[in-house]
Design a protein around this ligand. Sequence first.
Ligand SMILES: [Fe+2]
Length: 162
Amino acid sequence: MAELTTLEEKLGEVIGLAMAAQAATEKVIKLEDAEQFKGVLEQMNEEAAETEQRGTAIADSIEGKKTAILEKARETKSKGSDMLKTYIDDDSDALDGFEFLTMAEAGEVGHWKVLQTLAEKAGSSELIELSQWALPIQQRHFSDVQDGALTLAANEDPDATS
Ligand SMILES: [Fe+2]
């Protein structure tokens, strides 16, 4: 398989994180007490799908590297799925779900900033543009899931034992 540059590898990673984010939002939406956040989770899910598509479209356009970039994306997605399985089980409630999403979205913000920095260094206008589109969306995702976790936490009884 073609060897990837650091920039191409990072593109693969953000595509993979967008794939994982779709699986994560679909799982969290089904957790107990998550109903009130259905709208925000569905929007996150759609934006993650669009992020995957836009990233994949650029990967498609990189001569001879498409397969290796998408392989990297699948590898990242599978690491994300493992984390999701480890963190969310049958006993998990919406607060657990939003805590997981807080980690996942912070990870996406961090990865997009790294990609943006490398894209600027490489002078890749396509990837600079994609990062400029994606970063504010990921920052909003992060703040939405953080708000969700805090709303749920405010309704928890700190003295309850379960
Ligand atoms: Fe996200």
